[in-house]
Design a protein around this ligand. Structure first.
Ligand code: MG
Length: 379
């Protein structure tokens, strides 16, 4: 990174996002923050601007970004993502992660986008140079994520959505459960399993919604189904229930999406009953204080006996895809129809055997998604 490059401006805005491709359906008032980080570097005759957003599922973080973290970044001026991250975190106290980790992760994403554009490399190549295995292939195992219950005509719309996934080349999919009675969820799973019928090609995500007794009942009911995994089965910090579920459910269990720190990851590992030979870790690189925080979690879990192949980062967007590719993770989520225009692969991306490669545009490649490029440029 040339030492002379400086951050000259940071802009942020909160925007609405929806779980549904049909934006007229109510989606719980979900938002995300978008940020643009302008530098004084020039590539191809234009100033380099890094773009980032708050991943999905945790709302916008405008207050923390405006009041605390963007001013620190501007005053440090530092563009190198690791040094800039340290500047953002200066003075922060241990614990109390709240959602400040998401605010930091949002700016961290823009820093990496800018750094890769300045290096004139796609992000996965820059990360591979700095942290990864330089020889590994770029393609990443992916699954299509969606299957939120529709307020009306749910089974038909669920089937249509999953057919679209399959017809686009996805070989694995995940649907949401837990918001309706168990008998209805079993019907929804049966509908989805007609399309994704191979064993271990369909995952279910209870979105941390089950109370303890319901979590155990669901685990018993899902045991015979040969699911890819059972995800977010109870409150993220209810390790007692997580562990009890693990004791009765032999198939893979996925957890960690709503935990944001190394300390929480260690608690999950110590008390959640997870099994290193089959279970899945979903930590979201953006929500975990950005890439430096996420790398810290990976290294900590590796020293405790976990393999990188257990990591399937949450998010379903291009940043997660670059990270999974560069760090040789097990795979990653893709949101082909939810959380648009942030979710999914680059426009025109082609899947091969259920896998995808990140775009080779410089940076994260948001410019390869027309609607997203338009949104960031207006910022
Ligand atoms: Mg989940």
């Amino acid at each position: 990174m040339p030492a002379s490059v400086r951050i000259v401006d940071i802009r942020e805005r909160t925007v609405d996002i929806s779980r549904y491709s049909d934006r007229s359906l109510p989606s719980g008032g979900l938002t995300t923050s978008i940020v643009a980080l302008a530098t004084d570097a020039v590539r191809r005759g234009r100033p380099v601007v890094g773009f980032g957003f708050s991943s999905v599922g945790r709302f916008g973080q405008g207050g923390l970004i405006r009041e605390r973290f963007a001013p620190r970044l501007i005053s440090a001026g530092e563009v190198d993502p690791v040094a800039a991250w340290a500047a953002m975190m200066k003075g922060e106290k241990p614990g109390g992660h709240g959602e400040r980790c998401v605010a930091v992760g949002t700016l961290d994403m823009a820093l990496w986008d800018a750094a890769a554009k300045i290096a004139d490399l796609p992000l996965h190549a820059l990360l591979r140079q700095r942290f990864g295995d330089r020889g590994n292939p770029a393609a990443v195992c992916i699954y299509a994520s969606g299957g939120y219950p529709h307020p009306e005509n749910d089974p038909v719309r669920l089937k249509e959505e999953l057919r679209r996934f399959r017809d686009s080349g996805y070989q694995r999919a995940k649907i949401k459960i837990g918001g309706v009675p168990l008998s209805r969820d079993l019907d929804r799973i049966a509908v989805a399993a007609e399309i994704f019928s191979a064993p271990h090609s369909l995952a279910v995500d209870a979105m941390n919604g089950y109370e303890p007794a319901a979590a155990i009942a669901a685990a018993h009911a899902f045991r015979p189904l040969q699911l890819m995994w059972l995800e977010d089965v109870c409150d993220p910090l209810d390790f007692e229930t997580q562990s009890a579920v693990t004791a009765v459910y032999e198939g893979p269990i996925a957890s960690g999406e709503a935990l944001f720190s190394v300390a929480e990851a260690k608690l999950l590992d110590r008390h959640g009953g997870l099994r290193r030979d089959r279970d899945i870790l979903l930590f979201d690189p953006v929500h975990c204080y950005g890439l430096p925080g996420y790398l810290d979690i990976i290294e900590t879990m590796e020293t405790r006996g976990w393999k990188r192949s257990a990591f399937w980062p949450h998010g379903g967007h291009l940043f997660s895809l670059h990270v999974a590719s560069a760090l040789s993770l097990g795979g990653t989520e893709v949101n082909p129809s939810s959380f648009q225009p942030f979710g999914g692969l680059a426009d025109g991306a082609v899947l091969s055997a259920g896998c995808a490669s990140p775009t080779d545009l410089p940076g994260i490649g948001f410019e390869g998604i027309e609607a997203l490029d338009h949104l960031f440029r207006r910022l």
